[in-house]
Design a protein. Sequence first.
Length: 208
Amino acid sequence: MQVKVIDHPLIQHKLTLIRDIRTGTKDFRELLEEIAMLMAYELTRDLPLEEIEVETPVAKCRAKVLAGKKISVVPILRAGLGMVSGVLQLIPAAKVGHIGVYRDPQTLKPVEYYCKLPPDVCEREVIVIDPMLATGGSSVAAIDMLKRGGAKQIKLMCLVAAPEGVKVVNDAHPDVEIYTAAVDECLNDHGYIVPGLGDAGDRIFGTK
């Protein structure tokens, strides 16, 4: 599987707390935001740098700044919204697009209903965000929409993934790197990740 598990101790600790059924909506949101920021730190490790000259209070020196393509963050509605603020704390200049995809409860197939992307998405490195990579259908649909919109450099960031979903994304888009905090055991008969953390959207927004 082409997937990178980010096993940083702080991420794994917070992931355990977020899995707990006793964790309420407020704490769930805060933990999700914190994990997203920590994951974004690892996700952007390979961004290119260039040297410029700056003047400190003591002397002039050569120092490094980000170079190359700019970044766009694209959450998959609605659960992906819970991770955006954490990423933007680290990359405040990133532009934010939105993709609306929901999973039909009967067929478990993705249904597209919304897409709003930055006009220069083809010039940006795109980070697709969704807490759960379950069947993989929504992620594949979102990446399809991004590629139709001109995006060429795409990464997928999710909190928890199922092996089935990772395979589906790998098969459909082998050029897209997947970053996750955990690859869990499997999907159950209802398409939920086991052990997972339940429905991320419901836990973020306090709905059922």
